[in-house]
Design a protein around this ligand. Structure first.
Ligand code: HEC
Length: 173
């Protein structure tokens, strides 16, 4: 093996191992990547958010009061999707699967009590990617960087665009 092919071989090993670490394809075996820096996608997602998510997760992604406490019937209120919640703790693909299949299916417990709908029959995959891209676009740099690490990415090498959606701009005014 000459030095160039050895280097390629090592690069391939690194790729394969980081791939295995990063690419958690979840229950459907498809790895979804959000498009939080594509403003067209983000704007389409904002429309989806207002129509399908804001009623529970709040107009400003603020969630419902006391969202960590289950109510008398055992249901959790809707959590915030802004930096005060924990949506940004989850990798892109997991967020996609929670939204598409619902929390009960993702946890693998059909009896899990939740008010979060499964959007599989209500939204197509592109709409789900768009709405989550919108949510992700609103996160501050620190949460974005943390979440990219959950995706197995190095935020420093991503050249992340920091353009914000209109909702966030309104919030910051
Ligand atoms: C009827 C109210 C309701 C609507 C509408 C709703 N959600 Fe939820 N959502 C919830 C509740 C309640 C939870 C908490 C999950 C649980 O019960 O364990 C949740 C949790 C989530 C989570 C997981 C957050 C985390 O930190 O783990 C995501 C992601 C999510 N919702 C996305 C969405 C998106 C995207 C939409 C719109 C397409 C939406 N939700 C619409 C009630 C709702």
């Amino acid at each position: 093996m000459n030095s160039i092919s050895l280097r390629n071989f090592i690069a391939l090993l690194v790729l394969v191992s980081t791939g295995i670490y990063a690419a958690d394809k979840g229950k459907d075996g498809i790895l979804i990547t959000l498009q939080a820096d594509d403003l067209k996608v983000v704007q389409a997602g904002e429309t989806v958010y207002r129509a399908h998510c804001a009623s529970c997760h709040g107009q400003y992604l603020e969630g419902q009061p006391d969202w960590r406490k289950r109510d008398a019937n055992g249901y959790l209120p809707a959590p915030p999707h802004d930096a005060s919640g924990h949506t940004w703790h989850h990798a892109d693909d997991l967020l996609f699967e929670i939204t598409k299949y619902g929390p009960a299916a993702v946890i693998g417990d059909a009896n899990y009590k939740t008010l979060m709908p499964a959007y599989e029959k209500l939204l197509n995959d592109q709409e789900i990617v768009a709405v989550l891209s919108f949510i992700k676009n609103t996160w501050p740099a620190q949460e974005r960087e943390w979440q990219e690490q959950m995706n197995g990415n190095d935020p420093n090498e991503m050249g992340m665009v920091k353009e914000k959606s209109s909702l966030l701009e309104k919030l910051l005014k």
